[in-house]
Design a protein around this ligand. Structure first.
Ligand code: CUK
Ligand code: CUA
Length: 650
């Protein structure tokens, strides 16, 4: 194991000329810089795929004592929960970190045959249905999972995830790790960045999450009804505030440009979104002409004051109050609700440092990361500084294709370099000094090759005040040669790096099915799950263990059913062709993990009930005959015998 670690540790390449790493980094960057940027404008972001990460894993630093191992032995538990988005699978995945073991897949926007998500009446009500009863959407595209905060750190209560394709926000409960609410955002397309606030900007006692902010990428004509499609200059996008508890949309803020990721400050005063295409292009080439795009800051207190004062507009067909956050309407800092901080070329990603002082924003077409000091953004809003750009306090050159940044608890930042297939570790204070003119500081502290083309990365507890600087996980977009080939589509590759020492050490990798984007790594003691439901939570519950029965009202039949391993409360039930049948199933088993499945052949019904849980399904009995309803979840030695007979008479 140790040998493997050393072999794969990918320490910064050593070469015979013995350049120091800083010099190497720069020469590599200069060498690649022109060619790669030229490549970008023509061939998209896939340049360099065939040449990255080869043959540079020669040297290994002298072993530090007691290096942390990613190995979690059989029977042992991981130290962290990892909450992963599932991309176009539409789900959220839960992994153990550092082992990378996948523990759960939580259906969110995706129908799921095991749990019955999209099959049961309860889940269909959350997902939303059309008038004919069909699901409103069966596709999803999840990118960013974020948890609720209290006192600047995770409280384990809720997790939110975005659906980029249909602009929905979903909430997952921390105790059951199941989706409990979904809201479709009005007036937007391409809902991408999402971040909960960390406290209220004006009420000190509210030191926990009460709002979730949502950026939207695509600019649209409004109202988007086909009457005004050609005036592309009039298109715009909206930043949306959703109530964390009710999941209702509170307000929207109109902005210039496309919004990408979202970050929030620890004092609750600011939220921000990095922006590309401030050019307002509608074709690719026009979207990258400007030398600088922006990171737009939202003054939450002022926006909410404007909403309260009724200084809002509305889009026909929607009730949501809209505040004008466009550049033109916010020229005067003292009344502005937004501040557009210029950032080099098409930034992708904005992340808050755990000390609460900075946001880091990287331009994917610029080799830099910009450090924005939040205090200075607030000063701009107060009229003390003139230019929004004055809030930028550092802009180190770190490598090619910088996307997302994570932090440890020792002042270092870690940025993914998509084009270089590397992670670069750099020092924030040193970068600030260098920007101020100090030539003697070393900004870049280390580089490591990853495999390959990293997108997001995240460090343990990174997006909280309790960032602990232990593990860094890298979401690599391409695995190429790292796994057995499985046909045209390769898995993606999540690599785990030990960041507890000065040098980064690659210690583990695991395949993941496309396409996770972002993830968070949460200390396990922040999460309190429960394994058994309370029957009272379900209004429909069949509480009497002997209460299974058939009820008929006209052609509506309700089957009240219980389950106790290895039997359902009724061994048979008869209905007539054309009846609308509702089955309510309450699981009376109390033992942890003793769930049962309920599947009806040819009727497309399959779901499970967890201990003490109730679920229901409704269908029209349109096919006469015998249908064996059977338990799909192995529960007992007599699991195969756990059945009930549905008989539909003609
Ligand atoms: S995005 Cu995919 S790598 Cu949706 Cu956060 Cu950056
Ligand atoms: Cu009940 Cu298997």
């Amino acid at each position: 194991m140790k040998n493997d670690n050393e072999k794969n540790s990918g320490q910064s390449p050593d070469n015979s000329l013995e350049l120091d790493e800083e010099e190497q980094g720069i020469s590599r960057r200069k060498f690649l810089g022109t060619a790669a940027l030229v490549g970008l404008s023509g061939a998209g972001l896939s340049v360099g795929l065939s040449s990255c990460g080869k043959g540079e894993d020669k040297g290994a630093a002298p072993a530090a004592p007691a290096q942390p191992s990613a190995e979690v032995h059989p029977g042992q538990l991981d130290e962290y929960y990892g909450f992963w988005s599932g991309g176009h699978s539409g789900e959220v995945r839960i992994m153990g970190i550092p082992s990378g073991r996948e523990i759960k897949r939580v259906p969110v926007f995706n129908p799921d045959a095991m749990s019955g998500w999209g099959v049961t009446n309860e889940s269909r009500a959350i997902l939303g249905t059309n008038k004919d009863g069909s699901l409103r959407y069966t596709t999803g595209d999840t990118h960013h999972v974020h948890g609720s905060y209290k006192d600047g750190t995770y409280d384990g209560k809720y997790f939110w995830v975005n659906d980029k394709i249909h602009s929905r926000i979903a909430r997952m409960r921390g105790d059951t790790m199941e989706t409990d609410k979904i809201t479709e955002l009005p007036n937007v397309q391409g809902f991408h960045g999402i971040f909960p606030d960390k406290r209220d900007p004006v009420k000190p006692e509210v030191n926990y999450t009460t709002r979730v902010f949502c950026g939207s990428e695509f600019r649209l004509p409004q109202p988007n009804n086909g009457t005004n499609m050609d005036d592309t200059d009039a298109y715009y996008s909206l930043f949306t505030c959703v109530d964390a508890e009710t999941m209702e949309v509170r307000w929207q803020c109109k902005v210039d440009g496309n919004m990408d990721l979202v970050a929030t400050s620890y004092d609750g005063k600011l939220a921000a979104s990095n922006q590309y295409n401030t050019e307002k292009g509608v074709v690719y080439a026009n979207m990258m002409s400007a030398e600088r795009d922006s990171c737009v800051f939202f003054n939450i207190e002022r926006i909410e004051a404007a909403v309260a004062a009724g200084k809002v507009s509305k889009i026909p067909g929607s009730d949501v109050p809209i505040v004008d956050g466009t550049r033109a309407a916010n020229a005067d800092p003292k009344t502005a609700v937004t501040c557009y901080v210029p950032i080099p070329k098409s930034p992708h990603g904005v992340n808050a440092s755990p000390d609460g002082k900075y946001f880091v924003c990287s331009g994917k077409l610029s080799p830099t990361a910009s450090v924005i000091e939040l205090e200075r953004v607030l000063h701009w809003f107060e009229g003390h500084t003139k230019e929004p750009r004055d809030a930028v306090v550092a802009e180190p050159e770190i490598g090619l294709g910088p996307l997302h940044t994570a932090f440890d608890n020792r002042g270092s930042a870690y940025t993914t370099l998509f084009l270089d297939s590397q992670i670069v570790k750099w020092n924030i204070d040193a970068a600030i000094k260098a920007y101020a003119g100090d030539k003697n500081v070393k900004v870049v502290e280390d580089r490591i090759d990853v495999h390959y083309q990293p997108g997001h990365l995240n460090a343990s507890m990174n997006e909280t005040k309790e960032a602990d600087g232990k593990w860094l996980v890298i979401g690599c977009k391409f695995s190429k040669d790292r796994y057995l080939p499985v046909g045209p589509l390769h898995p993606e590759n999540e690599q785990t790096i030990d960041i507890s020492g000065e040098k980064m050490r690659l210690v583990h990798e695991t395949s993941v099915w496309p396409e996770p984007h972002d993830f968070i790594i949460v200390k396990r003691d922040k999460i309190k799950t429960r394994q058994v439901y309370n029957m009272d939570e379900f209004p429909l519950a069949v509480k009497d263990i002997n209460g299974s029965k058939i009820e008929r009202q006209g052609n509506k039949v309700t089957i009240h059913l219980t389950s106790v391993a290895p039997a359902f409360g009724l061994s048979e039930f008869r209905v007539k062709k054309g009846d609308e049948v509702t089955i309510i199933l309450t699981n009376h088993d109390k033992v942890e993990d003793l769930g049962h499945g309920f599947a009806i052949p040819k009727y497309n019904i399959n779901f499970i009930v967890n201990p003490q849980e109730t679920k229901s399904v409704t269908f029209v009995a349109d096919k006469p005959g015998v249908y064996w309803c059977y338990c799909t979840h192995f529960c007992h030695a007599l699991h195969l015998e756990m059945r009930s007979r549905l008989m539909v008479s003609p």
